[in-house]
Design a protein around this ligand. Structure first.
Ligand code: ADE
Length: 230
């Protein structure tokens, strides 16, 4: 089974529209939609904004449906000159940019306990996501995607994330979903379409581009589902 966690309702609506034999379950306030796309078993959910809601969603999805892979789709702010609005960022790894025990001598972003900063995405999933985007001729960059419980909208914070993590895009859920997948030994990937520039003025860009970007990430995940083999 393929698990899809969307950050926005609009993405799940598109997915639901092409799903057959749909069944729904509500767990911890999250609606899980289970069905088939091109004969493949899918479970999809909108997680809600931020790292706690997305972690709850990923853990519940794993315990209830046991997916072989989880892909997180959604929108993100750009941290790279190579990524403009509606382009696609694919994670090679994810980091928590707001996890900071540096006063205790740790590097910024270190996940104490598992002692890593970057959580690697599954390489086959990354390759297939790249193929799925390239089929649509959408400009894309694969790199580090940074998550934190904040909408990044200042040059200062944007530069902090770029400099500390060499990240290409920022959002609010990918690292927590990756973290949950890591501890449960489930393959994962993150695919984000760029809605804004993650600095001053990003709120205006977000309003204009988030719906188009969300449609792009849906189109890519549709290709991914068609070509994914368990
Ligand atoms: N999602 C889309 N744009 C974002 C931004 N600038 N910061 C955090 N999450 C985002």
């Amino acid at each position: 089974m393929i698990g899809i966690i969307a950050a926005m309702q609009i993405e799940l609506l598109h997915l639901k529209g092409i799903m057959e034999d749909v069944k729904c379950d509500n767990i911890s306030g999250v609606e899980f939609i289970n069905g088939k796309i091109s004969g493949k078993e899918i479970v999809a959910a909108v997680c809600g904004v931020g790292k706690v809601f997305s972690a709850i969603c990923a853990e519940a999805m794993i315990l209830k449906y046991n997916p072989s892979v989880i892909v997180n789709i959604g929108v993100a702010g750009s941290l790279s000159k190579k990524l403009n609005t509606t382009d696609i960022a694919i994670a090679k790894s994810v980091v928590h940019h707001d996890l900071d025990t540096s006063p205790l001598g740790d590097p910024v972003g270190l996940i104490s306990g598992i002692n890593i900063i970057n959580i690697d995405c599954d390489k086959d999933v990354v390759n297939l996501l790249e193929k799925s985007v390239n089929k649509l001729n959408i400009n894309n960059v694969t790199g580090v995607i940074a998550s934190g419980d904040q909408f990044v909208a200042t040059t200062e914070r944007k530069n902090f994330i770029k400099e500390n993590f060499d990240a290409v895009a920022c959002e609010m859920e990918g690292a927590s979903i990756g973290h949950v997948c890591y501890v449960n030994n489930v393959k994962f990937g993150v695919l984000r379409a760029i809605s804004d520039s993650a600095d001053e003025g990003s709120d205006m860009l977000y309003e204009e581009f988030a719906p188009i970007a969300a449609k792009n990430s849906f189109e890519v995940i549709k290709n991914f589902i068609m070509d994914y083999n368990e």
